[in-house]
Design a protein around this ligand. Structure first.
Ligand SMILES: [Zn+2]
Length: 115
C-alpha cells in the first residue's frame, strides 16, 4: 500500500510527501544530495593550506649546495639567478640532494628524481 511512496532515488526509504511538489526523495537522500551540492571550499582550502605549508617548509631548508653538490631542488625552487658562480655544467649535473630527507612530492615529481 505504501509501495508508491518509497523514495524515488533509492527506493529503500519512505519518500517525503510535499503538498506542492508531491513525492520527494527521502530524508537520507535529501541529506546526501545536500552534501554533494555543497561547495567544496572546505576541502580545497585544507589541501591548499597543507600544500603551502609544505612548500614553506621546503623553502626554509633548501640550500644551493649540499655536500658540494648543487641541489636540483634549489634550482627548481629559486632558479639559478642567485647563484653567482654556477656553471651550466653544474646545473646539468645538479642532483636531487634532498630527496631522501624531504619526502615532498612537490620537489621531485617533475623529472622522475633520477639522473
Ligand atoms: Zn532515498
Amino acid at each position: 500500500m505504501n509501495q508508491k511512496n518509497k523514495c524515488p532515488q533509492c527506493c529503500k526509504e519512505p519518500a517525503l510527501i510535499d503538498k506542492v511538489y508531491g513525492i520527494l526523495p527521502g530524508k537520507n537522500c535529501q541529506e546526501s544530495n545536500a552534501k554533494v551540492s555543497r561547495p567544496k571550499m572546505g576541502v580545497e582550502f585544507t589541501s591548499d593550506n597543507v600544500r603551502s605549508e609544505r612548500k614553506e617548509y621546503g623553502k626554509s631548508i633548501l640550500q644551493p649546495y649540499i655536500g658540494g653538490k648543487l641541489s636540483k631542488e634549489y634550482i627548481e625552487e629559486y632558479g639559478t639567478s642567485a647563484l653567482a658562480n654556477v656553471s651550466k655544467r653544474d646545473i646539468r649535473e645538479a642532483q636531487y640532494v634532498y630527496k631522501d630527507e624531504l619526502n615532498s612530492h612537490n620537489l621531485h615529481k617533475s623529472k622522475g628524481g633520477k639522473i
